[in-house]
Write a protein that binds this ligand. Sequence first.
Ligand code: C2E
Ligand code: CA
Ligand code: CA
Length: 655
Amino acid sequence: MSILSVLTNYNCDLALATIPVQITLMVYYFATRYLPTRQSRSFVAVLVVSLLMTVSDIVSSVLVSHGNMVPIGLLYGSTVAYYMLLVLLSWLLFSYVAEEIHAYRMISSRFRLITKAPLFFMLALVAVSPGMGIIFSFDGNGQFQIGPAYVSLYLFQWFYALLAVAYVHTCRETLHRIQRRRLYAYNILIFVGTFLAALDEQILIISYFYLLAILVIFLGAQNPESFYETRLDAFNSRGFRSLMAEALGEQKYWLIGIAIKDYSGVRELYGDQQMDGALRKMGQFFHQLVDRRTSLFYIRNGRFILLSHWPLDEDKLCQIIHERFQSAWHSKDFADIFLSAGCVKMDRSVVFFSMAELIRCLRLAMDRAGDPAYTKDIHIDAAFNREIQRRVLVQQTLSNAIENDAVVMFLQPLVDAKTGAVVGAEALARLEGPDGGFIPPSEFIPLAEANGTISKLGEQIFAKACAFLSMPAVRKSSVEWINVNLSPLQCRDRTMPRRFIRIKDQFRLPSSALHLELTEEAMIQADRLQESVRIMREDGFQFALDDYGSGYSNAGRLLSIPFRTIKLDRSIVVAHFEKGGTYLEDIIHSLHNQGYEITAEGVEDKRMADELIRLGVDYLQGFFYARPMSEDDFLAYIRPKGKGAVSDDAEENLP
Ligand code: C2E
Ligand code: CA
Ligand code: CA
């Protein structure tokens, strides 16, 4: 027995039951801050039209059941309203899918326009039915009559469900597996619903299935809380991505990024609870700063973004933000917190065409804004974008080269101060750029360290140094060893010693032919390092401390590793020639007394070479002798001079 059986011949139970659910969903959705995206607006349209359709379905079923007592105009009016809402809803359900998967990026605008044609055609058919009876009509007794094109109502719904499936299929590459499945499930529900509705028209079942479909969307993609950081009353990074996904390829928004300087440091200093309190205060402050048309995002690690589709005065806002950060963040729950922040401004000429590009750019900009070393605001402009593109290019070139073992080893001679002979060489990595030129290590070594490929790169250079040393021409020369640079990160890898020993053994080289250069930075994680160094020292490898005098020198750390050589950094050598004094001499003296050999780097002219030799340095390296060169050039360099003696007129190597 149906609830409304006194009123209608139709079974309205399912349709009735959906109404409170639909209202709950709607109230919840409107009460929570939802993202101002086209996708959300499309979902709101679905919610509203679905509720109206359900109500009109029930109302018209009641009226139609009493056709003989109801004025014909009212019968037509309510039925036309119901069919129109049904048609509109089918289209909206399809159109939501197109928005969620950003189909407009893959599907041409002309095709999209064509897909609207059936909608207008159906609306027209419904609209003219009262006169022409194409879809339906009422006879003299107010009895409902099916029209010749009645079936097109179902065909229409299936058409859009199928079109949605086709869209999902077309865009499948860009969709996550779960999202794809969810969208297929959504359309299957619509399909099943319309099919069952066609089987038995006495039961108002369509709203029920449409509601299920709506729930599938709500749970997976449209729950406002999944885009929201309730604590801070701001959207989260998922929300940011969703909003920006719709803005790709166009520059229709204004953006300001705010990053707290040294966030992890200050968080450690003040503690989690205090920092969270300060972040809440900041959220409130940013909200007050702008109107409701501007959305606030919190994207973790002390980073906020203000985004608006309406003009923002970035300069003024950033100034106000900086001024605010001059004073403390405080409330009654926590002590005063002093923070600084950097701002990111986006130039209006910058347009992004992919999410990856946008995120990469913004991340770097925010990293810099939050870096205490950058005191100015970061401007994302054409130059910044070029820099990013360059990084991407270097990154790709680097991973290709590492993949194909194509990183080139250059060699720079190490000259014996007493004899002038080339006794060794430093191996320096070179990356061949797409234009044939070389990308300098200062550009690609930090990237290799950041993405973890430095170990592989270092190992490849090491293997190349071994291969070079084992060449007969080199064995016969005065070159006794090659210095290979080790990155601090490489040293953390506990398997490194074993692998290096294996490579060296393959080339049947004595370990003493390989000197490994470490910077002081590497020694900060001394415990991990020491074990590796111990294993390699036992095997006979020699160690050199690189860049001595370039940063903080810590005698204690120096003692912890059994270095054979200390390499004086170019800066300390240059300082001696600029400022004079006995500082360099004292250092050399003291290091010699401790038993170290000394190499001077950055020897650029004869005057420097002579002076360093006078000061008692053991080995010399620099442009005065030779710039780093290819293996072939190095072979040629050591060959004609018999045992590798270097002539006095080495100045020709200078630029
Ligand atoms: P580094 O280890 O201090 O290498 C010496 C750098 O000084 C080289 O720069 C070299 O070309 C340059 N140099 C040599 N003589 C002179 C001179 O007389 N005047 C001046 N101004 N510079 C001179 P390069 O080749 O650009 O390498 C830069 C840095 O990249 C290296 O500094 C090293 O830290 C890193 N690097 C290079 N290859 C590798 C590698 O295979 N692995 C690792 N981990 N780092 C590497
Ligand atoms: Ca070095
Ligand atoms: Ca160095």
